[in-house]
Design a protein around this ligand. Structure first.
Ligand SMILES: CC(C)(COP(=O)(O)OP(=O)(O)OC[C@H]1O[C@@H](n2cnc3c(N)ncnc32)[C@H](O)[C@@H]1OP(=O)(O)O)[C@@H](O)C(=O)NCCC(=O)NCCS
Length: 147
């Protein structure tokens, strides 16, 4: 089942976030977006357990995917693709373009986005902090949504 994230999901989500990311979001980065009309979010739940989630913003015909994560033990099984498709099909009718940023080294996420039809628009050099190299490029991806 894929459904909206609830406040009570956050303890479980934070555990996945910390396991899945080198620079995880803090709790308040999730909670401030939960009850906000400009944000869209969902969790993928199997037998009462959260396996993955996404959060995005939607303003004036544009959406930005801010976070998509799958628990490390469940990656590579198609769950990220399911979440991404849920996100795209739940965008407001007026949303025409979707954007996202991804670390240049994040090959799995880039594969996932390209499989969904995103194309690379540009690059922000040295945008992200990086444990290995100090800084890392952000790649900007976009998708035009056809309704
Ligand atoms: C990026 C992420 C969300 C992908 O979710 P996932 O459930 O692992 O991805 P899926 O299983 O749906 O795979 C989708 C595509 O990605 C690629 N892929 C994903 N995992 C893969 C793996 N282990 N090996 C090879 N390719 C893989 C494949 O192209 C796959 O398409 P295919 O099934 O046709 O081969 C997940 O790996 C993740 O949470 N990573 C850590 C957090 C992160 O980096 N989030 C994105 C930036 S915010």
């Amino acid at each position: 089942m894929i459904r909206a994230i609830q406040e009570t999901d956050l303890a479980e989500i934070i555990q996945i976030e910390q396991a899945a990311h080198s620079h995880p979001w803090a709790l308040n980065q999730f909670s401030k977006r939960l009850n906000c009309a400009r944000h869209l979010h969902a969790a993928l739940v199997i037998k009462g357990k959260i396996y993955g989630y996404y959060l995005a913003s939607q303003v004036a015909g544009e959406a930005e995917l801010l976070n998509i994560s799958v628990a490390p033990s469940q990656q590579g099984k198609g769950l990220g693709f399911k979440l991404l498709q849920h996100f795209i099909s739940n965008l407001k009718a007026e949303t025409a373009d979707v954007f996202l940023e991804v670390r240049a080294s994040n090959a799995l996420a880039i594969k996932l986005y390209e499989k969904q039809g995103f194309h690379q628009l540009g690059c922000r050099p040295d945008y992200y902090p990086c444990r290995k190299h100090g800084r890392e490029d952000a790649l900007l991806y976009a998708l035009s949504v056809q309704k």
